[in-house]
Design a protein around this ligand. Structure first.
Ligand code: SAM
Length: 253
């Protein structure tokens, strides 16, 4: 049977690669490299660097995986994601059939950790549900959330308290019970649109890379500065990836 290793490669710094991820990379015959177009070319480059640095056996092949564009969500967000996943499953299946021989092993390098805001696991399950015989394993990676906490030298949760991991879109709708939140996938600076009272923010962009930016403080005091830094970095690079922790202010943080 063909096998796919879904390998978490960490969110930005090649040194985030775990020993388990390196071992997994060295088991693969084919590395599938997703190609999301110009704006994510930097991320593609990092995947290539990881392969060159960590794969010791020279015989592996790399195959580009053209990622179809997702249609604008409109009012039906779940429906549009579902359609997109169906297209991805079809494209992945065709590529696995063409590029992986029976008994061979393919690697999908997933940014950060595969369990967090990433659809690779769902897509592989979908391919199997369509009847394509495929085994798979998941290797965890250092997510941007862990990188953010480490860089700011903070814990995500306060003692005995929960923390919500959510998206920018959800944050503007309001965090349930005012929970402390880690916010990802915020294309729209949601932190600048919520009531800032009594909240601290720990913000990080391009974490783990040479372009990393870290800012923290009382939301009311730093949000404009973060918004400016974010807009400028985005304009200069053409894309941005940022994550932040929002939590109720407490003395001595
Ligand atoms: C599609 S999700 C993938 C998350 C990934 N699986 C992880 O474990 O971090 C992409 C979002 O993750 C966050 N992100 C990923 N890498 C990042 C980085 N190096 N610096 C800051 N945020 C990052 C951003 O919020 C971005 O919008």
């Amino acid at each position: 049977m063909r096998k796919i290793l879904i390998i978490g490669i960490g969110a930005g710094d090649p040194d985030y690669m775990t020993v388990q991820a390196i071992k997994a990379l060295n088991r693969v015959d084919v590395v599938f490299i997703p190609d999301k177009g110009e704006e994510k070319a930097g991320l593609r480059q990092l995947r290539t660097e990881i392969c060159e640095r960590f794969i010791e056996q020279p015989g592996y092949r790399t195959v580009d995986l053209a990622v179809p564009q997702r249609a604008a969500a409109g009012s039906d967000y779940r429906g549009s994601v579902d359609d997109w996943h169906a297209k991805l499953a079809e494209a992945y299946e065709a590529l696995f059939a063409a590029e992986l021989a029976e008994g061979e092993c393919g690697g999908l390098l997933v940014w950060g950790d595969p369990s967090l805001y990433d659809s690779t696991i769902r897509i592989i399950k979908r391919i199997r549900a369509r009847g394509f015989a495929l085994d798979y394993e998941v290797i965890p990676g250092i997510s941007s959330v862990q990188a953010l906490a480490a860089k700011h030298r903070v814990t995500l949760n306060r003692i005995g308290e929960p923390v919500l991991v959510t998206t920018g879109r959800r944050l503007v709708e309001g965090a349930p019970n005012g929970l402390d939140s880690v916010v990802m996938l915020d294309g729209d600076q949601a932190f600048a649109k919520i009531p800032p009272d009594d909240l601290d923010i720990f913000w990080g962009a391009y974490l783990g890379t040479s372009d990393e930016i870290l800012m923290a403080g009382k939301l009311a005091e730093v949000r404009d500065e973060i918004a400016r830094a974010r807009a400028q970095a985005r304009a200069e690079k053409g894309w941005i990836m940022d994550t932040y922790l929002l939590r109720k202010s407490e003395p001595g943080i």
